[in-house]
Design a protein around this ligand. Structure first.
Ligand code: CAO
Length: 570
């Protein structure tokens, strides 16, 4: 019999962690990988698994204690010698055993597993798997994006194409798929980490059966699958909204798509912040239905659960109310089937993000909308005159190109509209670039690709970009980079119809132009009514950043540019 002292493993950067769960009693039998206790940092929870089979003796820490790497936390009695390092003559072994690390024999080094790629390791043989580092594919941007979900655990057998982690930029989320099949040996990222193209994600052990080819490809040749954008939001997500989502416990088995209520504690899929909130409110997380990805329990789920208890509605017996915001009472849930036949249609990811972003912008931004009509009779005449050249060039020119060009010029002349409010509430961020977002209606929902530096481009270039970006948007092919950096948004319903509408500001931008269908109208020229083609414009703005005078000047300038496009050349 040997007493092994289990110590706090590598914490992946966290200095200290809190002991949040001590689940064993003295005398309990433990198998290798059984969870001994649960630690929690401010970013993640992690189980500390048993490094060997044996009998649990005692904890060396109390629940709530703060510990750091290397601290002794538990004693187990192992039945037989293991090949791990023996710390001293007293036969006390210290074993660092990270829940996300490789099997016991590898753990004694305490070194992070090298990010060595398969090129530096022997290729898989019949008896020995090779290792391959899976990296972030080209995400179409130099910016780092945040890991919002880790979809695999150490030990998982993963198939090529399975999602390893989900990244989220301010406008889109994307899956990082496994470029090969294999077993996950180590996960090198945590939720909340920022990753860019080429960063290491996970180390795989590739056995010969995992690879249909005889050799595991070298990393340079390793497939770098294009990140698959799965959600595209029409609006930028401010930092506090895009805050890292909680991490699931690293060694819990893969969670179900929908988390059933009445789960065991081990099946609860929730991050540290949610667990903390639940503890504060005295909520048993196992009773809370999770509405997040793969059934993850979100803070809102906990709040909603408490609200239901307080209002006496038992979970599951009544339809859930739609969550309200900013303390506003939620819209009551109604069982519509009592009135006639109904069906439930699932929202796409874009629709869900759009709903959240619209609500956020609507609640956060004090909106004012100003209306005017631009006389585009001459503009349309000129546009129609371009028809032959347009066909020759293969570029379709619609009024939208002139609108984007005119917005660029108006932004330059009225820099108040080319600002954002800084998060500190003390500053404006004045932009010295002029990028205009364009709302595009797609079957999956609303997306907003951005046309960059519109002030430096002519109508032909802008028209070509509109067609390209609108096409990509409808095909779901926009990259996150193509939806970032907008200063102002154009929402044109001109091809569809309507006299006017009040668009919602795409915060942190401060203005948006809603354009409706142009119509011939009688316009008084001082002596008679003459027919003119009038374009209805609606300018919504953030009244925290823009005052009515600024908006009046912007709109008047825009109307002048559209009514006489010669001014665009000045
Ligand atoms: N008045 C009258 N006709 C207009 C017009 C207007 N304001 N704007 C465009 N049109 C015409 C175009 O000239 C074109 O006709 P022709 O081929 O005869 O010239 C026709 O409408 C169709 O245009 P289009 O929609 O194919 O292309 P576009 O450049 O006008 O618009 C885009 C591109 C991406 C803005 C548009 O396709 C789109 O998706 N609009 C919807 C945006 C939206 O949903 N906004 C709401 C967001 S908030 O919920």
């Amino acid at each position: 019999m040997t007493i092994q002292i289990v110590v706090v493993p590598d914490l992946g950067g966290a200095e200290t962690v809190e002991v949040i769960e001590l689940g064993l009693a003295a005398g309990d039998a433990v198998a290798v990988e059984d969870s001994l206790l649960v630690l929690e940092s401010d970013k993640a929870t992690m189980d500390v698994p048993s490094p060997a089979a044996g009998v649990f003796k005692k904890y060396l820490v109390a629940e709530g204690a703060t510990v750091r790497v290397g601290d002794a936390i538990a004693e187990i009695e192992v039945a037989q010698e293991t090949d791990v390092a023996v710390a001293s003559d007293e036969k006390v072994e210290q074993i660092a055993h990270a829940s996300t690390a490789a099997p016991v024999a590898e753990e004694v080094t305490k070194e992070p597993i090298s990010t060595t790629t398969v090129a530096e390791k022997p290729a898989a043989t019949a008896s020995q798997p090779a290792e391959l580092m899976i990296q972030v594919p080209d995400i179409g941007s130099d910016d780092k994006v945040e890991v919002i979900e880790i979809c695999v655990a150490v030990g998982d057998q993963v198939n090529e194409g399975d999602t390893l982690v989900i990244l989220e930029s301010d406008k889109a989320t994307m899956d990082v798929p496994a470029s090969h099949s294999g077993r996950v040996v180590k996960i090198l990222v945590s939720e909340g980490d920022k990753l860019g193209t080429g960063d290491d994600v996970a180390l795989f052990a590739i056995s010969p059966q995992d690879s249909s080819a005889t050799e595991v490809p070298a990393p340079a040749a390793a497939k770098a699958p294009t990140a698959t954008p799965v959600q595209q939001a029409p609006v930028a997500v401010p930092e506090e909204i895009a805050a890292p989502q909680p991490v699931r416990a690293a060694i819990t088995s893969p969670v179900e798509k929908t988390a059933p209520v009445g789960k065991t504690a081990a099946e609860v899929y929730a991050g540290p912040a949610v667990r903390m909130l639940a503890r504060e409110l005295g909520v048993t997380l196992a009773d809370v239905p999770g509405s997040g990805p793969k059934g993850r329990i979100l803070k809102d789920d906990v709040s909603h659960f408490v609200k239901q208890i307080m209002t006496g509605k038992a979970a599951g017996t009544a339809p859930q109310a739609l969550p309200g915001g900013a303390g506003i009472p939620p819209i009551p849930a109604i069982d519509f089937s009592q009135f006639g036949a109904v069906e439930n249609i699932k929202l796409s990811k874009i629709q869900k993000l759009t709903a959240a972003n619209m609500q956020r912008n609507w609640l956060n931004v004090p909106h004012v909308t100003q209306f005017d009509d631009a006389d585009i009779t001459d503009l349309e005449e000129f546009r129609k005159a371009l028809k032959a050249e347009s066909e020759q060039r293969g570029i379709r020119v619609t009024p939208v190109a002139f609108l984007i060009k005119a917005i660029g010029a108006a932004l330059q002349a009225n820099p108040e509209f080319n600002r954002s409010l800084a998060a500190d509430g003390e500053h404006f961020v004045q932009k010295h670039y002029v990028h205009v977002g364009m709302a595009v209606d797609t079957p999956r929902g609303l997306v907003v690709p951005v046309i960059r530096d519109v002030n430096e481009k002519g109508i032909w270039d802008i028209s070509a970009e509109i067609a390209e970006l609108a096409g990509k948007a409808r095909d779901g092919k926009l990259t996150p980079a193509e939806m970032q950096g907008g200063c102002f948004t154009l929402s044109s319903l001109g091809a569809i119809g309507g006299n006017g509408f009040t668009p919602i500001v795409n915060a942190p931008e401060v203005g948006i132009l809603g354009v409706s269908k142009s119509q011939m109208k009688p316009v008084w020229d001082g002596s008679a009514f003459i027919p003119r083609l009038m374009l209805p414009l609606a300018l919504s703005y953030d009244h925290r950043a823009i005052n009515g005078g600024d908006a009046g000047r912007f709109m008047t300038h825009l109307v002048k540019l559209l009514s006489d496009i010669r001014y665009l050349a000045l």
